[in-house]
Design a protein around this ligand. Structure first.
Ligand code: SF4
Length: 339
């Protein structure tokens, strides 16, 4: 297996290293791995274990990620690698994301795929989505794929992410102009819930959302509504207020929870709860959607000013797009969308 030296780490005394890729900033002793188990310290040098280990390729509409305000109807090559820095009890992709922590040979289902091969595999697509698992923990690979692609063509690159970046990582992404869009999963609005369900922290995620919202990188958010965890009116209002305080034009997707992994005993989110969330969201935010459900009108983009339907969707697919520029054709209102 190819080992590639990691980026963004510090060498410390006694062959220890500090990984600065995500907000865990793991201190790793010689011979040990960090929390994500995707990087190992060998004699004081930190190596990635998942470089080139792409898995789960598919070419799909960008709406499936979901991105509703970024190049509507475009097709992306989606892939990820084994491993994640979070340990969410409800992970839908746990067999891939948690494999580095749970099984002996997490990479047996993957074959080495070079950045050149990735670029070739995506030649019919308009962009690339680093997804399925957390792209932070395969940053070196993602970056090389982006740089390789930029040398040849000029397509877009998006991350589907938990947003738990270190300051160093976010600065590098912005400085090197690596990403065109990021979709962050804002799971909860408290440290307690992030710790209980994801073994992670809330503050770095919300701080990164604030920072990204001030850059030219397009940003969308999702919130998976888990019954008993974040589905009360109070929870939903707190989430919506938080986003409203950052920028009410950030698109928010509420998603239906399905029982998975270590939360297989919890019922799926009801239509009633999803409709309640939609109503609370639409009172303060410009663009709110419901995913993993078939609730009429909840996937359409309306002009926040005059309520004209701008884009109609069904099952995360665009069925009608009335936008040729980022302005409402009826009232001229500016729409937060990259076409
Ligand atoms: S990416 Fe995050 S979890 Fe993984 S070793 Fe680095 S700091 Fe630790």
């Amino acid at each position: 297996m190819e080992l590639k030296e990691a980026l963004l780490y510090e060498k410390l005394e006694n062959q220890k290293v500090k990984c600065n890729l995500c907000s865990f900033h793991c201190l790793i002793e010689n011979g040990k791995m960090g929390v994500c188990k995707t990087r190992i310290n060998k004699n004081g040098v930190l190596y990635t274990l998942n470089y080139g280990r792409a898995n789960g390729y598919s070419i799909e509409p960008i709406e499936k990620k979901p991105f509703f305000h970024f190049h509507p109807s475009s097709e992306v090559l989606s892939f990820g690698t084994p491993g994640c820095n979070f340990s969410c009890l409800n992970c839908q992709n746990y067999f891939m994301s948690q494999s580095t922590k749970e099984v002996e040979n997490a990479y047996s289902q993957t074959r080495f795929t070079s950045p050149e091969e990735i670029v070739k595999a995506g030649r019919e697509a308009e962009g690339f989505a680093y997804t399925y698992t957390e792209p932070t923990v395969f940053f070196e690979y993602s970056r090389d794929c982006i740089l390789e692609e930029k040398r040849k063509t000029n397509k877009f690159h998006v991350w589907v992410s938990n947003g738990f970046y270190s300051e160093q990582l976010l600065s590098k992404i912005i400085k090197e102009d690596l990403l065109d869009a990021v979709r962050i999963d804002l799971k909860f609005t408290s440290e307690e819930k992030y710790a209980e369900v994801c073994k992670a922290r809330f503050n770095p995620v919300i701080e990164n959302i604030k920072k990204i919202s001030k850059t030219s990188v397009h940003l969308e958010l999702i919130n998976l509504i888990i019954p008993g965890y974040n589905d009360s009116e109070q929870d939903l209002e707190k989430l919506v207020d938080l986003i409203h305080g950052i920028d009410k034009a950030i698109p928010l997707h509420f998603l239906r929870f399905y029982p998975y992994y270590k939360m297989s005993n919890i019922q799926p989110t009801s239509d009633e709860t999803l409709k309640k969330a939609f109503k609370i969201g639409m009172e303060k935010l410009d663009y709110v959607y419901i995913g993993n459900a078939s609730i009429k009108g909840s996937e359409d983009t309306l002009c926040p000013n005059c309520k004209t339907i701008l884009i109609k969707r069904k099952g995360m697919i665009v069925v009608e797009n009335n936008l040729t520029e980022p302005f409402c054709p009826k009232c001229g209102n500016k729409i937060n969308i990259k076409l």
